[in-house]
Design a protein around this ligand. Structure first.
Ligand code: ASP
Length: 590
């Protein structure tokens, strides 16, 4: 019977009067006394099956036993529904199958939640019974869209001469910023593999090997504290190319994203994407992954307010801080209470306060308005284009705190005022990142991307005698791709010169010995005619989440982990027995 099985969505009104075989699950069952309607569900969709006392009493008896989620096969004839029963809202709502035979392939217990009502299902229950959750239409659509994105990726990259090569999962621990997941080795007592945070070094080595365009749809692992858009294991579309410059890489990624978007949501996007420098992104949006679907831009007003009577401002400038304004020109939507709430909220970002005033059709009211001189008012009005009813918030602190606080407040207010057009797909490249950042506490430089990123050629000389205060002077040949305010990928031109690579390690405080121990294979490979190369990795999960407008990254992964890193279904992680530990020469310290 299965040989002739069709999918629900294969059947249409052009099949009327023909006999078909279907298989799937009972989505719903309605008993109208003498007539039972069963809605059958398979991966393609739904189709109504009817059994009728007058035409098929035996089938009515089987239908009577059916309950939600029973697995069944149905053979029957396609017919047009009565005019009154046509459901224009669903595909195939105009036809139904008159059952000739219904076979129960397997019964189901009463599911712990209704598969068609999402709202009230606690996520933990969905995750615990993921096999049922994945039967829901929304999840099936998501998984299919994800599949289409992966296929579009393979098609596009293959057509552009990329070769798909797998890289190992059991690796040497070479920290790339996040904590490694470690796997103890049984054969080498006391030694550990690390799961890859990314295939960075392997893909660079593939360039040395002459595969000049590589890609890999690959699981990566980072043992970080989880947020809503992070998972301990996630999937990258990883790429590396030889004999390229950033422009060429950006062109390829734009072509790829075009295909990905149209595969997932049947929409077209415009290329080329806008390009913005890291500096400009920080200045205007306070973030290196700016959401450019709306305005509310930050403006540096340090110059205007440096001698302010409001001492907090003046003192901050003396302490080498900055003052930035965030004007919200929808002041009539911003109440006193909201201003108080925001003032409390920005403390998360270590901002001491949130000075503000209201510009109301020419008048400066409330907050710090009374401290402003006429010339300051005039200058602010001009600089911030004040008009109508506008609430102006100020960030006044060290640059990082100001950008953090106002950049995040900007997003929060836009969400609360509901001004973001959710139908927009706003892609932007962020370029010209600094190569390093300086950590005041650790008193050392860190790579902004990773230690294999090349500085732009014109800044090479500045690497000698680099001082912490000049750290932003060195620009890297790196680029991030941002969608609707989320970084969906990043990459760079790499260092292919061994001396430069060694110099960067030194600046990062990685001793020669440590470099040899951790990266000797890379350093060795660089000695043998390593070509100029660069690449990028896209975060597949995040892309699917953003394109399908899903709230959580867990909704686009078949079997995700919770925010505590657990799999609710299999209950990983779990203790292992003593024998396993003994084999690995491990002991748990209580
Ligand atoms: N390996 C980098 C990452 O995982 C991406 C790249 O530079 O290509 O972020």
């Amino acid at each position: 019977m299965f040989e002739t099985r069709k999918y629900c969505s294969d059947i249409s009104s052009s099949d009327i009067d023909s006999e078909v075989t279907l298989a799937g699950w009972v989505d719903r069952r309605r008993d109208h006394g003498g007539v039972i309607f069963v809605v059958l569900r398979d991966v393609s969709g739904l189709l109504q099956v009817v059994t009728d006392e007058s035409t098929s009493p035996e089938q009515l008896a089987v239908a009577d036993k059916l309950r939600n989620e029973f697995c069944i096969a149905v053979k029957g004839t396609v017919r047009k529904r009565d005019e009154a029963n046509i459901n224009p809202n669903i595909k195939n709502g105009d036809i139904e199958i008159v059952a000739k035979s219904i076979v129960i392939l397997n019964e189901s217990e009463v599911p712990p939640f209704m598969l068609d009502s999402r709202e009230h299902i606690h996520e933990e229950i969905r995750l615990k019974h993921r096999y049922l959750d994945l039967r829901r239409e929304e999840m099936q659509k998501t998984m299919i869209a994800r599949h289409k994105i992966m296929q579009a990726t393979r098609r596009f990259l293959t057509a552009n001469n990329f070769i798909e090569i797998e890289t190992p999962t059991l690796n040497k621990s070479t920290p790339e910023g996040a904590r490694d997941f470690l796997v103890p080795s049984r054969l080498h007592e006391g030694h550990f593999y690390a799961l890859p945070q990314s295939p960075q070094l392997f893909k660079q080595i593939l360039m040395v090997s002459g595969f000049d365009r590589y890609f890999n749809i690959v699981k990566c692992f980072r043992d970080e504290d989880l947020r809503n858009d992070r998972q301990p294991e996630f999937t990258q579309i990883d790429m590396e190319l030889s004999f390229v410059n950033p422009k060429m890489i950006m062109n390829i990624i734009e072509g790829l994203l075009k295909d990905i978007v149209s595969a997932a949501v049947e929409r077209k996007i415009e290329t080329p994407f806008p390009v913005i420098s890291y500096k400009e992104a920080m200045e205007r949006f306070g973030k290196d992954a700016p959401d450019m679907r709306f305005g509310f831009e930050l403006v540096d007003v340090s110059g205007i307010l440096k001698d302010s009577e409001f001492k907090v401002f003046a003192n901050n400038i003396k302490n080498s801080g900055i003052i930035k304004a965030l004007p919200i020109d929808m002041g009539d939507k911003i109440s006193r209470k909201m201003i108080d709430d925001y003032t409390e909220w920005v403390k998360i970002f270590r901002a001491g306060g949130l000075p503000n005033f209201r510009y109301n059709n020419g008048a400066f009211e409330g907050g710090i308005a009374k401290f402003l001189s006429d010339s300051e008012k005039e200058a602010l009005k001009k600089e911030l284009n004040l008009d109508g009813n506008t609430v102006v918030f100020f960030g006044c602190d060290k640059k990082k705190i100001v950008n953090d606080a106002l950049g995040n407040l900007r997003l929060k207010i836009a969400k609360e005022l509901d001004i973001i057009d959710q139908s927009l797909l706003s892609f932007v490249w962020v370029v010209d990142f600094p190569l390093f950042e300086y950590d005041e506490e650790d008193k050392r430089f860190y790579a902004v991307h990773h230690p294999f990123t090349a500085p732009v050629a014109s800044d090479l000389a500045k690497l000698d005698n680099l001082k912490p205060e000049d750290v932003e002077e060195i620009t890297s040949d790196a680029y991030d791709i941002v969608l609707n305010g989320s970084e969906i990928g990043g990459g760079s031109i790499r260092i292919n010169n061994i001396d430069l690579q060694k110099k960067i390690f030194t600046l990062l405080g990685i001793s020669e010995e440590e470099a040899r121990e951790k990266f000797s294979f890379l350093l060795e490979a660089l000695k043998y005619g390593a070509p100029p190369h660069g690449g990028l990795a896209l975060g597949l999960d995040r892309i699917v989440m953003l394109l399908l407008n899903r709230e959580s990254i867990r909704d686009v992964i078949a079997f995700p982990k919770t925010q505590k890193g657990q799999c609710m279904m299999s209950e990983a992680p779990s203790p292992v027995d003593k024998k396993q530990l003994r084999e690995l020469s491990l002991k748990i310290i209580e």
